[in-house]
Design a protein around this ligand. Structure first.
Ligand code: ADP
Length: 652
């Protein structure tokens, strides 16, 4: 007996103990896996000419045995070797990843809290975190254990002589042993649990029950899903039978294909129920949640094609990892030719899943790139504009749903602008949302400009770690105090994106913590310059005290309440410096810091006095002001011990 890894075991526990109520999806998961396995063999056959597949070779068979309480899902796909059984079924997929562990802890916590609350009822209630793990991390195969007390996987890899059986009760571990099997492929044999007071499993062991599940969840699987179905026919009576003879019935079995296999993308949207799209999406793309959006295109003309796309309702766990592969499935007249055609999606829409089918594609398309193929390029262009159109309509008409979308995928849109050096800005910028300091909600650039006074020349923003802190920053409050809105940016990519854009609708994008905002009246500016000049010696002394840490100390034209603040002149802001320092190849890029002093603040008089009477005090005060400004910016104080010592000295 080999033991499950701890993480897998914990998850199995959670699942078996029925946190997830929608158990019947186990069949969808097994059929999806079977379909994938047949795809793999089919793809192999395209390059390996020794593999000869006949039309009927690739089918999926579902059968059951009521007496033995078993359901079997068989495929004639690629199969698994002993090593593959170990690797694929011994650990729950990705269960060693950090995200997985965090999600699992959350699920366990929720389950525990549910159990504390309503002991009896909570057992049946799905907890969102648990559903989330199942969904995000695709623990498809393991959902079998929600209905089965034992699972046996009998598999023979294509081209191998030896078959292997993997067996488990889903509790402690599993065994793998040599076995007998005719032909390549996999049989998954579930021994269905006995009924309990609360749960009835018997409906899975009936022909109508299984047919119903196949039609509901796997209708559009592209291989035939077949069952031996029971039929009855009346036997002909012998010719000499008396007139009142009771006719006899005979039972016989016939192979039937249960799923429709009609490509759902060929059907018009108005003829398909959203429910059907949802089931197709979940079965095809291994998600447990319904999609947030379904998008279709039917194009006719020089090239005709059908597109069916989905925006998931949440990001896959690996979206931001480098292993993530974008792409749409590409079909030519219903025949799959590529399962992830990358060229059909721009990077910023990498989260979109879907299918493209065209009879007009050239046969060798899978070996061509977008550059070489005009047809593909035309389709990709249409797809991109269709997605943009859908998102923009959603943003206008269904704001709540859009905000949720943006929360999930907005970061990718911003990266799209940044990494394309602004090439996609005109397409993507109208789709961005930022938090408005004045309106206290997420708004678009257009909404910002609509609310702005006539003649406002710029769009103001501030970047930092969290909204509360940003809203209180002196530079933000002073700009808001003057009647302008400020967009509060809290994502790492924000400032890079905004700096790449430089402007929106010819309005400059300005960081309120940057250099001159042009908001001060000429009189204010002159007064500040005069004050800086009049106190040139004071500022020189303060600059000397701070050394290389700042490029300049000067009177501020914009501070109202705070005694001092740090700003940056030049292109690198304080926030960008912070973010770049965290990058793996940090090159120590520094902002040009300016310590701005509020000449109206009582502290300014104190500084002037210290400069006259006590140089040491001035140095100490300067350091305190500088460190306070760092704290307000959310930057670390360089020498916390010295800083707290300086504060104590003040108090003495
Ligand atoms: P997922 O399908 O999301 O990868 P599963 O837990 O359902 O996760 O399956 C794990 C892996 O086991 C699959 O990725 C596949 O490699 C393998 N597998 C499962 N079922 C089959 C099958 N019927 N034939 C071949 N391989 C399979």
């Amino acid at each position: 007996m080999r033991k499950f890894k701890t993480e897998s075991k914990k998850l199995l526990d959670l699942m078996i103990n029925s946190i997830y109520t929608n158990r019947e999806i186990f069949l969808r998961e097994l059929i999806s896996n079977a379909s994938d396995a047949e795809d793999k063999l089919y793809f192999k056959s395209l390059t390996d000419k020794s593999i000869k597949l006949k039309k009927d070779d690739l089918v999926i068979r579902v059968s059951f045995d009521e007496g033995a309480r078993t359901i079997t899902v068989s495929d004639s796909g690629i199969g698994m070797t002993a090593e593959e059984l170990e690797k694929n079924l011994g650990v729950i997929a990705h269960s060693d990843s950090l995200e997985f562990k965090q999600a699992q802890e959350a699920a366990a916590l929720e389950a525990a809290e549910g159990a504390k609350g309503k002991a009896s009822k909570s057992k049946k209630k799905p907890t969102s975190a648990a559903v989330d793990i199942i969904g995000q991390f695709g623990v498809g195969f393991y959902s079998s254990f929600m209905v089965a007390s034992k699972v046996r996987v009998l598999s023979k890899a294509y081209g191998q002589d030896q078959a292997w059986a993997w067996e488990s009760d889903g509790i402690e571990g599993y065994t793998i042993s040599p076995a007998e099997k005719e032909g390549h492929g996999t049989d998954v044999i579930l021994t269905i649990k006995e009924n309990t007071d609360e749960d009835n499993y018997d409906s899975y062991l009936t022909e109508p029950g299984l047919k119903e599940l196949i039609r509901r969840y796997s209708n559009y699987v592209r291989y035939p899903v077949q069952m031996e179905c029971m039929h009855q026919r009346k036997l002909d009576l012998p010719e000499d039978a008396p007139e009142d003879a009771i006719p006899e019935w005979e039972t016989y079995y016939e192979t039937e294909t249960i799923n429709s296999m009609v490509p759902i993308w060929k059907r018009r949207k108005q003829d398909v129920k959203q429910e059907e799209y949802n089931e197709f999406y979940k079965s095809q793309f291994h998600d447990f949640a319904d999609p947030a959006r379904t998008i279709t295109v039917h194009a006719e003309g020089a090239i005709s094609y059908d597109v069916l796309m989905f925006i998931p309702s949440r990001p896959p766990f690996d979206l931001y990892s480098k292993d993530y592969k974008k792409g749409l499935e590409l079909y030519r007249s219903n025949v799959l030719i590529m399962d992830k055609c990358e060229d059909l999606l721009p990077d910023h829409y990498n989260f979109v899943r879907g299918v493209v089918d065209s009879q007009d594609l050239t046969l060798n398309i899978s070996r061509e790139t977008l550059q070489q193929n005009n047809q593909l390029r035309a389709i990709a262009k249409k797809i991109e504009s269709k997605i943009t159109g859908e998102l923009s309509a959603m943003c206008k008409n269904e704001r709540e749903a859009y905000e949720e979308f943006f929360e999930n995928f907005g970061r990718g849109l911003k990266f799209g602008i940044y990494t394309s050096y602004g090439a996609f800005a005109s397409e993507l910028a109208p789709l961005l949302l930022f938090y408005s300091a004045k309106q206290e909600k997420m708004i678009t650039f257009d909404e910002y400009l609509e609310a702005a006074a006539d003649g406002q020349e710029a769009i103001y923003y501030a970047a930092g770690e969290d909204l509360d802190r940003l809203a209180k920053m002196p530079m933000v409050t002073s700009v808001v105090g003057k009647g302008y809105d400020v967009l509060l940016c809290t994502q790492d990519v924000d400032e890079f994106c905004l700096q790449t854009m430089m402007q929106y609708q010819e309005k400059q994008l300005l960081n309120v913590a940057g250099g001159d905002l042009g908001l001060e009246s000429e009189a204010d500016k002159e007064a500040a310059e005069a004050a800086t000049e009049a106190n040139a010696e004071l500022f020189a002394a303060m600059k000397e005290a701070l050394g290389e840490r700042v490029v300049k100390v000067a009177v501020s034209t914009r501070l109202t309440d705070a005694p001092a603040a740090l700003t940056a002149q030049g292109p690198v802001s304080l926030e960008m410096e912070k973010i770049m320092a965290q990058m793996p190849d940090a090159q120590g890029i520094k902002s040009e810091r300016v310590l701005e002093i509020n000449a109206q603040h009582p502290v300014f008089e104190v500084l002037k006095k210290a400069q006259k009477n006590n140089h040491d005090k001035l140095v100490s005060y300067t350091n305190i002001l500088y460190n306070q400004a760092l704290l307000v910016e959310g930057l670390p104080v360089e020498d916390p011990v010295a800083f707290s010592q300086a504060i104590c000295d003040l108090m003495k």
